[in-house]
Write a protein that binds this ligand. Structure first.
Ligand code: FAD
Ligand code: NAD
Length: 460
């Protein structure tokens, strides 16, 4: 058996693991990264990137197809045609370009990458099954970055017509009908994309609302557009089983039948926290997640954990920020998790972005001021013909501290950076009011929402 040793061993090459390894390499730490699949993990290979590529393609197709039926501002198209296999080839090209890019960045940082599945022997040693045989790795410090995987429903095991998000992102034919079980991030992002490509979509959601982590005001424009796209949404509904093209759904005491060529199950993801010998390390847990402290240290000395395996929110930028921090801690820097802002973006149409506290969370801490500004009063949104939604700012009652910022609308994902910066820098409403926002941009709605909270909106 080959045997190597290193200062830092990172297990998992997703956004958490590869960022940790690159930063450690930059800091001169002798680092080994073990990844069994392609570099980039869930996010780059079967998550964020391919889903956004599919969403983009669907939007392009939808817009052109719509312009044949409903010309907008004098623009008429002669119709649109869609080739799924060309779209998939384009999407795969982006994924492989980015994955190779991660490989190049790791090489530049002098990180040794070992391809294969790792299994922990103990908290300092890993055995990797590589194509060339077993590789034994001994490390001073270990980072577990094994990520997460889709939750499977016992009544709807993955396979054949029952798709996980991974399978849905690699279809070779568009289904005529699709039932999506779960109205959260993935179900809505992909469900809307398939509807725009011409699939008849039904969403089956167990709860009373879509995107249940957010308030109804924020998600209402998304629900309205789901309906405009002809997507049926079933609430308080539970998928019971699937046979002969029919999904049985229990709702309000009866069983509904939803005809669906394919069923996409998106009811959450579970951490990979018990496999690969991790369970035998006997680490402290937070439910199914590995327990970590403010430095991402687990309950075992010299063993860190980052990313989806450590808890909610399971987002790529959280994993990356943790990875960077842990590399610096291993290099001897004094770091701990002290971020005020964790942006969350849902790439539905319209998009939703939230940073900081929601209105009820802020209200639970004391008196607040909440003000919103509608895109319907924003010149750029009207001239883009996308005026639905709003920006909302929540501050303490005196307007001294901004506590939360949300927006729903076309393209608001790009506001995530400005919103997070405002919270991270401890901006007040006055700071935003005193910041000149370029005209005409949709970002002026953030400026106006802050002015409105101060009682002096200019354009409303
Ligand atoms: P992962 O990305 O899951 O990476 C873990 C890696 O570890 C994997 O590559 C795996 O192969 C490897 N691994 C596991 N065990 C072993 C082992 N024993 N040996 C070797 N290798 C191993 N997040 C966002 O922020 N924005 C989005 O827009 C977004 N969209 C998404 C869309 C979809 C469809 C999905 C499924 C997820 C999306 N996410 C999004 C979530 C995001 O992908 C995850 O939060 C992120 O990938 C977590 O990073 P990670 O490094 O913790 O784990
Ligand atoms: P989710 O937690 O976002 O949504 C799951 C939904 O399924 C919820 O609305 C829940 O009420 C519902 N549900 C649960 N059990 C059900 C059942 N038996 N029948 C019907 N509905 C049921 O989960 P997801 O969409 O699978 O996404 C997983 C995670 O991936 C997200 O939480 C997020 O962290 C990450 N993600 C992020 C993005 C992004 O940042 N844009 C995109 C996709 C995924």
């Amino acid at each position: 058996m080959n045997e190597i040793s290193c200062k830092l061993l990172v297990v998992g090459g997703g956004p958490g693991g590869y960022v940790c390894a690159i930063r450690a390499g930059q800091l001169g730490i002798d680092t080994v990264l073990v990844e069994e699949e392609a570099l980039g993990g869930t996010c780059l290979t079967v998550g964020c990137i391919p889903s956004k590529a599919l969403i983009h393609v669907a939007e392009e197709f939808h817009r052109i197809a719509q312009a044949a039926r409903n010309p907008v501002a004098g623009v008429r198209s002669l119709g649109a045609r869609f080739d799924l296999s060309e779209a998939m080839t384009w999407k795969d090209g982006i994924v492989s370009q980015l994955s190779s890019g991660v490989g190049a960045l790791l090489r530049k940082a002098k990180v040794r990458v070992i391809k294969g599945r790792g299994t922990f022997r103990d908290g300092k040693t890993l055995v990797v099954a590589t194509p060339d045989g077993e590789q034994f790795i001994r490390a001073e410090t270990v980072v577990i970055a094994t990520g997460s995987e889709p939750v499977e429903l016992p009544s709807l095991p993955f396979g054949g017509p029952v798709l996980s998000s991974t399978a849905a992102l690699s279809l070779d034919a568009l289904p005529a009908t699709l039932a999506v079980v779960g109205g959260g991030y993935i179900g809505l992002e992909l469900g809307m994309a398939f509807a725009k490509l011409g699939t008849t979509v039904t969403i089956v959601e167990a709860g009373p609302r879509i995107l249940p982590a957010w308030d109804e005001d924020l998600t209402m424009p998304v629900l309205q557009n789901l309906r405009r796209l002809g997507i049926a949404v079933m609430f308080n509904a539970k998928a019971e089983g699937y046979a002969d093209g029919i999904l049985s759904v229990a709702q309000a005491g009866s069983i509904e039948e939803v005809a669906s060529e394919r069923v996409l199950v998106t009811v959450g993801r579970r951490p990979r926290s018990r496999m690969a010998g991790i369970a035998d390390l006997d680490l402290a847990m937070d439910g199914n997640f590995l327990h970590i402290d403010a430095r991402c240290h687990t309950s075992m000395s010299g063993v860190f954990a980052i990313g989806d395996v450590t808890g909610e929110p399971m987002l790529a930028h959280r994993a990356m920020a943790q990875g960077e921090m842990v590399a610096e801690i291993v290099a001897g820097h004094r770091r701990h998790w002290d971020h005020r802002a964790m942006p969350a973006v849902c790439f539905t149409d319209p998009e939703v972005v939230s940073v900081g506290l929601l209105p009820d969370q802020a209200a639970a801490r004391g008196a607040t001021t909440t003000a919103s500004f509608p895109f319907a009063a924003n010149g750029k949104s009207l001239s883009d013909h996308r005026a639905e939604g709003f920006v909302r700012v929540i501050s303490d009652a005196e307007g001294r501290e901004i506590l939360g910022i949300q927006a729903v609308g076309s393209g608001v994902a790009e506001f995530a950076g400005e919103f997070a910066l405002a919270l991270e820098m401890g901006a007040t409403l006055q700071d935003i009011a005193a910041t000149i926002h370029a005209h005409p941009t949709r970002g002026e709605a953030f400026h106006e929402a802050s002015l409105r909270a101060l009682g002096r909106a200019l354009h409303l």
